[in-house]
Design a protein around this ligand. Structure first.
Ligand code: G3P
Ligand code: MG
Length: 249
């Protein structure tokens, strides 16, 4: 296996339980707890700007409704993505990937970009996000890790820039999961913690890939996965797990 450059602990959605998920405020909270690696969800605006949002629609995390990817970036950028979480975060904007890239680069933080396409735009999103990531991290040695549940999005990311590291996200070990990861030349799989044990992690390692897990929010699961040889843990509870909680060699 190649050396693994990313920290073991990764803040999920930018530490998006203590602050509104997928906003700069969430990243700042993660950083204040010592986190140096972050996961976030990225999709495309109607005019092709990669931005951070988990859901396909706007209503859970903003006052607007409908499909986020049908709106232009100048409209999305004006939305309040913080009030749904708490009054203290009122007016917190949806960030572009560019804004988050600059924040991470200024602070030396690693980023896991989950490509989260609006349904129907998997290839377009994978391609555009990889192109943007390649541009933003052009002069950096540590590139962002591009992950997705969608092999078609990862294939498009590979076509856009094969040099960016890719990871296949898995909710379960579905038929063909390891072959898919190999075919996409992934450096890692990122699986639901319930799907992982020592045997599966050993299988991933034997294939020359790393094994990461989401969303690990309790001590027993973290300990179990650490003992099984996990390479990365994505967590919501940045106020519970110090990022040096488990030293993995
Ligand atoms: O990237 C890991 C994790 O974020 C996948 O689940 O729904 O939180 O994006 P979700
Ligand atoms: Mg995600």
């Amino acid at each position: 296996m190649n050396p693994w450059p990313y920290p073991l602990w990764i803040a999920h959605r930018g530490a998006g339980k203590l602050a509104p998920e997928n906003t700069l405020a969430a990243f700042r909270v993660g950083a204040s707890h010592g986190y140096r690696a972050f996961e976030c969800d990225v999709k495309l605006s109607a005019d092709g700007v990669p931005f951070l949002l988990h859901d396909a629609t706007l209503q859970r995390t903003t006052p607007a409704h409908g499909v986020a990817g049908e709106r232009d970036w100048n409209e999305l950028a004006r939305l309040d993505a913080g009030s749904w979480h708490s009054p203290a975060h009122a007016g917190e904007p949806i960030p572009s990937l560019e804004t988050i890239a600059h924040y991470c680069l200024h602070n030396g933080f690693a980023l896991n970009i989950e490509i989260k396409p609006t349904p129907g735009s998997e290839q377009e999103t994978g391609y555009a996000v990889a192109r943007e990531a390649a541009r933003l991290w052009a002069s950096e040695a540590l590139k962002p890790l591009l992950s997705s549940f969608r092999p078609d999005a990862l294939a498009a990311a590979k076509a856009a820039d094969a040099s960016l590291p890719r990871a296949l996200l898995l909710d379960s070990l579905r038929e063909g999961w390891l072959d898919d990861a190999r075919a996409l030349a992934c450096v890692a799989i990122v699986a639901n913690h319930a799907a992982l044990d020592a045997a599966v992690i050993a299988q991933v390692h034997a294939a020359g890939m790393r094994a990461l897990s989401y969303t690990v929010n309790d001590d027993a699961t973290a300990r179990r996965l650490a003992a099984a040889g996990i390479d990365g843990l994505i967590t919501d509870v940045v106020d519970h797990f110090a990022p040096d909680t488990l030293i993995h060699s």
